[in-house]
Design a protein around this ligand. Sequence first.
Ligand code: GAL
Length: 646
Amino acid sequence: MWEEDVRLMREAGVNLVSLGIFSWSRLEPIQGKHEFGWLDRIMDMLHEGGVRVDLATATASPPPWLSHAHPEMLPVMADGVRLWHGARQHYCPSSPVYREAAGRLVKALATRYAKHPALAMWHVGNEFGCHVPACYCDVSAQAFREWLQERYGDLESLNRAWGTDFWSQRYSEWDEILPPRRTPTWPNPSQQLDFMRFSSDALLECYELERAILTELSPGVAVTTNFMRFFKPLDYWKWAEREDVVSDDVYQDPADPDAGMRSAMAGDLMRSLGGGRPWILMEQTTNRVNWRDVNIPKAPGQMRLWSYQAVAHGADGVMFFQWRQSRAGAEKFHSAMVPHGRPESTPTWHEVVELGRELAGLDTVCGSRIKADVAILHDWESWWALELPSKPSIRVRHVDQLESYYRHLFDANLTTDFARPSDDLSGYRLVLAPNVYLISDEAAGNLAAFVEAGGTLVMSFFSGIVDPFEHIRLGGYPEPFRRLLGLEVVDWLPLADGEDIKLNFGDGTMAHADMWSELIVLAGAEALAHFSGSTLDGRPAVTSHKFGEGRAIYVATRPDVAAMARILRAAAADAEVKPAIEAPAGVSAIRRSGPRSSLLFLLNHRDVPVDVPVADPGSNLVDGSEVHRGLLRLGPRGVAVIREGW
Ligand code: GAL
């Protein structure tokens, strides 16, 4: 079958494969005995076929012999249940047994393949944290204590940072400290937050251990590990700094009407994580997945559209899970590039071949960059803290808040980066803070400095509430932003599920909002909209404050989509931010620029043809056609990549 595989890869224009991701038990069938012959053969065959390899370190699924001999390397959940081998990812990230065994395998692989001509990149582990983001076993407990000792130095500082006087939790010895295992009610929130930090770092150490071996034994070869979009357990900002290439796995739900918006958002995150560098779409499915309750297929053209969308948002490579559909195992009903049946009789195969042919003509795109005037603030620590239990409302969810902003940017074709609150924001004109519940003094100062220097900021409710220890910032909410916003939030009035509150924009426009409301006292800001018809009748709901050379807008509730669009449109106008082009509804437009080229991507998300006004003539790299000033017709789910200028 392998010969046929290489032949089909050539037919489909495949020039990179991820190889051996779950092959540890084949590479090392018994402890210390390696079998590389089969991998040598595949590597050689791929090389002869002109296909390069993103070679996996194969450490994501330890072989049964390891956990059988050392059950203590298996992960334990918060309730004490141990997870056994028989699936994948069954390892405790802090386990010295696992780490040593993984390290030995990576050394052997790197030694053998560092010089192989097919080797293009190293693929470390796989989707770190996917099934087991944290382990609560005794080994992890000890590693957690060491991590805490490093962070706090002495026990008194830890007691203070965790507020352990509350509920009699004061620790007198380090050994008393545990991961937040299952408790009668909420574990200490500061402890939980530190455990999330620790767990992200514990997995990062596993990645780093492998990366160190690879950079030593296989210098100059890029190293990546595949991310999972907005994956809560791992602080990808920290991870991405340690990757040569950021790569991502995107499994849109074809039944989700917002799938296009969500994958655009993931693309912008991946580009931003890499500081603007091109990234790789490492995994997507050609058609159906197997892990939803009902796995509906992608519509004709949808895989192509979403592949181009990744490229439009900064990807330089488009890959798939998986090459050939398997005959056995848990994923045999997951679609693939090569199906169970005869490839030539399936539409999916023809789409794959067509995409491969088209992408081969897009070399000009490689290395080009995207310039965004807008940044959305996204911080993992704030996300973790916001979603700890025991809050005024547990309905406030970080990604929902991001989406309530991003939706408008996507619809309006305003090119957007993601950034941390502490990042240098001076390159942006408009910064959006859907929610920064947790913020450090430095980051709060950074946001104020951005506005003072002339930037426009839009911030939503329940921001600036706690410091990095998850302690309330006292002195009137939101303490670090009161001067910047020109107001004080006196109290929060969360809304019941299904409850609605009205907004009055004062020009005859009324809108709805839900989930949250606040009692605000202005201290320099003006109201752009007031609450209407509740106990907050006539009180400010959306405010604007001139601060230094810039402006800070505050949104004290969750407005409906039209009202949010109105607020963000006004903010974009204030910041003089322009869309890539004025495109009709359902069409995305985004530009990538190289030293000598400007490339306009147009993506029609609709299943009917759409005419898009094009101002600059050029050529369409997808089919080589000339593009004239005027209307360009995009077919249903059609795409164009216009090289602007002749
Ligand atoms: C990813 C994983 C792949 C495969 C795929 C199925 O999470 O990396 O190995 O399981 O999902 O959609």
